[in-house]
Write a protein that binds this ligand. Structure first.
Ligand SMILES: [Zn+2]
Length: 316
């Protein structure tokens, strides 16, 4: 397997992944989208919300604000030894907001969130959250935790993650190919062996000069089955190169676990990845977990699958 970075900016990385099949490319994509953890707000305690936006709607908006994530300083709540409902400094960060409109109308932005740890501030300060009329105010304390996109999309570090085919077109005049590379730029095409490697097909076909040299049919007939161009755009929580590196690490760990099980003949393990975690009884208001009354009525909250837990208790 070989990777080559085609371009790298603050929020986007494009790289070639060579020597893998489409299944592996897709596994890497899915790991980036749903497994690489980032920080997001998960619990909010309002002291004041006199804006027109209901508490739960505002909480949802605030939960979706991407937070810069320092992956080396925090652990996932389920991996933390504190087991506390609201976490400890190792597994959560506290953010506060205290905004009041006095004389004029005021727009509340993500930049009004104040983090106790400056490494966990909002990735962008210009996301509008609410508008306040004179006299209205929003005051709250919020707890951010690491989480994964497979639990809620607010924990996905990705705003775009795609891969596309690359073509290697043989049998062209070398001077003409070089002209083409010069015209399109190294992000779109390159010389490889005796052929012309079309890295970014859309961009390549947008170039008049190169369209004359290589037809669409020739490109489609010479797609490589084992090389892909990835485009990964971060939502600002992590650097794009960190997202790729973390995904590779997670995938490697999972494959290691899987191969260990195959070798041990242990292939009937329960699949637990998609179980919704059960909520503790008396859980405080949490973004996306339903309201308090529901939790008091149902034993232990509105978790899917709770019904299976209790019939046994009733019989005994
Ligand atoms: Zn903890």
């Amino acid at each position: 397997m070989k990777t080559t970075i085609v371009s790298l900016s603050e929020d986007t990385i494009r790289f070639l992944l060579d020597g893998v099949d489409v299944a592996f490319a897709n596994a890497l994509r899915r790991t980036m989208v749903s497994e690489v953890p980032i920080m997001a707000i998960d619990d909010i305690f309002y002291f004041d919300n006199s804006s027109l936006i209901p508490d739960e709607l505002l909480a949802h908006r605030i939960g979706m604000v991407p937070l810069k994530t320092d992956l080396d300083s925090y652990v996932l709540p389920e991996d933390c030894d504190c087991h506390a409902e609201l976490g400890c400094p190792k597994c959560r960060a506290v953010l506060t907001m205290d905004v009041r409109a006095t004389e004029d109308r005021l727009t509340v932005y993500s930049g009004d969130l104040v983090s106790e740890d400056p490494k966990n501030g909002p990735a962008s300060p210009r996301i509008p959250l609410a508008k306040l009329a004179p006299g209205q105010a929003i005051r709250f304390e919020a707890y951010a935790q690491l989480g994964q996109g497979k639990v809620h999309v607010k924990w996905s570090p990705i705003s775009m993650c795609v891969y596309q085919n690359v073509a290697l077109v043989p049998g062209k005049d070398r001077a003409a190919m070089q002209e083409c590379v010069d015209a399109c730029g190294p992000e779109a095409a390159a010389l490889e062996g005796d052929g012309l490697k079309v890295i970014d097909i859309q961009r390549f076909e947008g170039c008049k000069k190169c369209g004359d040299l290589v037809s669409h049919e020739e490109i489609m007939g010479n797609l490589k089955p084992d090389e892909f161009l990835f485009t990964v755009e971060s939502n600002g929580a992590l650097s794009p190169e960190r997202i790729v590196a973390e995904a590779a690490r997670i995938l490697k760990r999972k494959l290691g676990g899987f191969s260990g099980k195959v070798e041990a003949g242990d292939l009937h393990d329960e699949i637990s990845d998609f179980e919704v975690p059960e909520l503790d009884e008396g859980k405080l208001y949490s973004v996306g977990s339903g309201d308090l009354e529901e939790e008091e009525e149902g034993e232990g909250g509105a978790g899917v699958g709770e019904d299976e837990e209790f019939p046994g208790d009733v019989e005994e």
